[in-house]
Design a protein around this ligand. Structure first.
Ligand SMILES: [Zn+2]
Length: 426
């Protein structure tokens, strides 16, 4: 079976070339100005899992996840200190995403490190007539790109205005370069004077710099289809780059009924969620929804995820009693990366005792640690040994007392043929 993934532009499942093939995957990261909320983590996690799965299927994957460290929002939030703020928030984002315990992306380019490539792409667009300078700004000429709107399903003549501006030829046009305004503390030299790049051109340049003019997958949140990805596509394809073949957009997290957007503020940061529930529950929670669908984040859904984590952890402490069929997992993950179906299969393997396949499957999602035995502290081991000796000497009252003492300390002691085993109480 071949791997198929849903593409926003064609609204259809697209087959990947047979493995082994190279898979370049560019996934839009956050604009950095505060501690990232859990909603920002969704694309990072989904595409890290997809990378793991495609590697498992024999593909040679390069996962690029950018960081937008120049953007209007950063100037607004930290006037006069945007560069320092962006630097600090980049560090936070790297730490927070690392705390999921997944392998990090192969490249995490910063917009500020890509300025020469951004400027030269804009120059190319101006030379080709796809962009024009106006008052120190440079705008993309939407009327010059025939299939503008195709990704978001809009007719070119009916595209909505995405940013106001008196310097534009056409209300549909958008900025590639913005002349420095008062109070902006970062700026770069360019053929059009001092300024800074627009958000969309940053991603076109970072994607091309890291993956080349043509790559297989472009990912990001569903809120990025228009204008961000429509514009990336226009900027790169207008000057002849094939750019991305498959556009994947993940569903957004819903928090207490509303979309978790930056305007809501720090409703639940990655740091808070992992601090409160642990990384395993956070990862399992994200598996419960199909990547294209919205997912409800709440205390209840996180509690339910924790219960599932403990159930799988418990199963892995048992004995292997059956063999699972790995092809069953392949069937659901190859078919548009259906993680809820994979999770259901993991629970079935847990019930049946197909622990080898369960361990291997969980590892794809960064949950291989559920099978790790936890090392008990020395004083707990001393108590457990005393209990075993008391039991061997038929001092049952003493052995029961020690068992209760261990339970109070959070450890369950189990008798096994060659002694005892200590398991943290659920
Ligand atoms: Zn982007």
């Amino acid at each position: 079976m071949t791997v198929r993934l849903y593409d926003t532009q064609t609204k259809a499942l697209v087959e990947l070339p047979p493995a082994p093939a190279q898979v370049g995957m560019y996934v839009c990261g956050p604009t950095v100005y505060q501690r990232a909320h859990i909603g920002n983590a969704v694309p990072f996690v989904i595409f890290a899992w997809l990378r793991n799965w495609l590697r498992e299927r024999g593909y040679d994957v390069t996962y690029v996840h950018n960081i937008t460290d120049v953007n209007d929002r950063i100037y607004e939030v930290a006037p006069g200190a945007s560069a320092e703020r962006a630097r600090a928030a980049t560090e936070w984002y790297l730490q927070d995403t690392a705390s999921f315990g997944l392998e990090m992306p192969d490249a995490q380019p910063l917009a500020t490190e890509t300025i020469p490539e951004i400027v030269s792409l804009i120059e190319e667009l101006v030379a080709a007539g796809n962009a024009y300078e106006s008052g120190g700004d440079v705008y993309f000429r939407v009327s010059s790109f025939e299939t503008y709107g195709a990704l978001s399903g809009q007719r070119p003549d009916e595209v909505e205005e995405q940013e106001p501006g008196a310097l534009k030829e056409d209300h549909r046009d958008f900025a590639l370069w913005k002349a420095t305004k008062e109070g902006e503390d970062t700026s770069w030299e360019s053929p059009w004077g001092l300024g800074r790049p627009g958000w969309h051109i940053e991603c076109s340049a970072m994607a091309e710099k890291t993956l080349g003019p043509e790559f297989l997958i472009h990912g990001g949140g569903l809120d990025l289809v228009f204008p961000h990805h429509e514009n990336e596509r226009a900027q790169s394809q207008a000057v002849g780059r094939p750019f991305a073949k498959i556009w994947m957009h993940n569903g957004l997290l819903r928090f207490t009924g509303a979309k978790m957007s930056k305007s809501v503020g720090n409703v639940a940061t990655i740091q808070e969620v992992i601090g409160e529930w642990g990384r395993e529950a956070a990862l399992l929670f994200l598996m419960t929804g199909h990547w294209r669908k919205p997912l409800e984040f709440s205390g209840e859904t996180m509690t339910a995820a924790s219960v599932q984590v403990e159930s799988l952890r418990n199963a892995l402490r048992g004995e292997t009693r059956a063999e699972g069929d790995w092809q069953e997992l392949a069937a659901v993950l190859d078919d548009d990366f259906n993680t809820p179906a994979a999770l259901a299969l993991f629970h079935r393997w847990a019930r049946e005792g197909a622990l080898d396949e369960l361990r291997r499957g969980l590892a794809v999602f960064g949950l291989g640690s559920l099978g790790d035995s936890v090392e008990a502290p020395a004083e707990i081991v001393v108590l457990a040994r005393a209990r075993t000796e008391a039991r061997a000497a038929r001092h049952f009252a003493e052995s029961d007392r020690l068992r209760d003492e261990l339970a109070a300390a959070g450890w369950e002691v189990r008798d096994v043929p060659d002694g005892f085993e200590l398991v943290p109480s659920a």
